[in-house]
Design a protein around this ligand. Sequence first.
Ligand code: K7E
Ligand code: CUA
Length: 764
Amino acid sequence: MKSLSKWSMLALGALSIGLATTSTAMSANSLEDVMKARGLTQKDVLAAAKTYVPTGGRDEFITFSSGGQSGQVIVYGVPSMRILKYIAVFTAEPWQGYGFDDESKAVMAQGNVNGKEITFGDTHHPALSETNGVYDGQYLFINDKNNPRLAVIDLSDFETKQIVVNPVLKSEHGGPFVTPNTDYVLQAAQYAAPLENGFVPLDQFNEKYRGAITYWKFDRKEGRIVPAESFSVEVPPYSQDLSDFGKGPSDGWSFTNSFCSERYVGGIESGRPPFEAGCSQKDTDFFHMINWKKAVELFHAGKAKKINGHAVISMDTAVKEGILFLVPEPKSPHGMDVSPDGKFMIVAGKLDSHTYVYSFEKMMGLIKNKDFAGKDAYGIPILDLKKSLHTQVQVGLGPLHTQYDSKPCTVYTSIYVDSQVTKWDYCEGKVLDKISIHYNIGHLMAMEGDSQTPQGKYLVSLNKLAIDRFNPVGPLHPQNHQLIDISGDKMELLYDMAIPLGEPHYAVAISADKLKPKIRYKSGWDSRTDKRSEYRTRPGKERIERDGNRVHVYATAIRSHFTPEIIEVEEGDVVSVHITNLERAEDQTHGFAISGTNVNLSLEPGKTASGTFTADKAGVFPYYCTEFCSALHLEMQGYLMVKPKGYKATAAKGAEGTIYAQGDYDKQFATNLATQDVINSVVGFITTHNYQDFPAVVALVEDATEQLNFAADTRKKAEDFAAKKDWQNATLWAGQWWQYQVKAADIGLRAKTYLEQNGAKKVK
Ligand code: K7E
Ligand code: CUA
């Protein structure tokens, strides 16, 4: 009883510390007082009310933002702009054990380029999987512009499952984009290079350097890209950029921008004008129109050649088969955005103040009638610009990307130079509204704005600079995502959010209710292969196996101990520790780290993860749990004993620091009985209420019941030792019994509080 109230005292102490550190404004007790004390206007308070999510509340949308140079994905809620997670993709992330456990290292190794380990990635564009053109909440894809790679993230657990390396590109930017049923994922080149690996001098740029557009086959059932069923279409060395797939009437086609269709090669060091001068001379560049469905047929008909073992449909074949066309577009274009109904393609050129709206119907008419304006140097037919256009709209200086609203014909374009967002009507071709943002906007993102069913409501401006918006943190500033309310006629700026992790380029947002991630894994699960781990270990089956100098430790973790707690190996052994988290309870994650080994695991309920290292130095290496998982978390510890070569005796025998007598056992036994009374009263409260109507409480009750079963088992051990008058073991097992009681009581009290706060009804 006394011991339990100790826990409540701890909780009260924490609460009062929290109150003491809040600002003075909090002591004011009316909204007016707070506004005055903090200098807030009516508009500020309205914006706050629109973004505030009360404690325990949830966001309506979930955003997946690229993490730029961090090689990760940032997950945050809209409208609260609260960061929920960083998903590790191309770079190590210790919290999730990514890059520190064997399973995730295997995923990262898939991203090796020509055998070289790459631990950096530059993520630009996330893309959500779609079913019939609608976000389905199943998968997320993201590219690495630098290397160039593509990753598959499974939204059932928000983990990276696969990385593929583009076999013919040397850099990549225009991707990923998905087909309306996510059967293909598109990646377009950026800087032209020879498709083969190897050296080709720059004076052969026009003949030997190329771009390519890769169509990765995605297996929906396996949730993996299938490289053997993927192919590329060769395109000219025009610096391909952003792309999009058609939908509705334009389904079957893909569209890819390009800049530097001048094919200029700089060389400022030898007195030549730089790339930027030579790549912006012409008034127009070209976007590529590819009939990808026909390209799939050509690939299956064997009309592709192999480059680096990858199927490539040559430009000659593409032209001959009539699947590749060029369309003039405003110079130095960036965004390429197909309308939700698939009838229009909107392109903005950074050096043109207009957005160009292309009509798919008109372009198809020109193709059908072979009404071409000419051919490029590679024989690719070029459509006439004027004849392809639906309209042009003057939106501002430096237009980049466009996003679609839920309202018909309504779009938002980011205006880089003017630092504005322009809202305009692409059917009528007129500007509707403008809002200034801080500062230099890149992409912008509306809720589900890439799908066939945009949700409107909010727009996020992904700004390149933050300058003076936040407290200074040194010369390297955070990025700034600004939340804009687009529900009315006028755009309203609501919130500035500092992004402290690389430069995000693009983001996508999905209705939160479409995401249904799991809260636990099937027991013994390898989360990276989505199969039961061959190293899974059941309770009671923990063991250490040795084969020569190769040692496998089959271990388990559960509140609040690892089994085994002492691992004994020899100098020079190669050791793998495989740990299965036996917990079933929500959020009962354990960590595992061994001093001096770079092993660091995150063990979510059910997961099996492994850490492999060479025990190259004799010594004593403590290991411990790195997540504060329970009151006895600090005691969740053990020792790796690395014995010197030739050391004979066992290194693992423990010494007892304190010797217990019968009196100690009796005292602990009495405490345990009193604790049981408290547990019984909590159980009584729960079972006399309609707790079964509350799934969260049902889960807690299951967890508490499990802890009570452990308590019963250890009670029996204690009593058996007491019967043998082994007071040392009897007292220690009685202590362990009490630990399980405390865990059960803690969980029970959480359940009771939940019932009280959520209006549970008494049932007799
Ligand atoms: Cu505009 Cu990579 Cu899409 Cu940067 S990208 S902004
Ligand atoms: Cu397990 Cu801390």
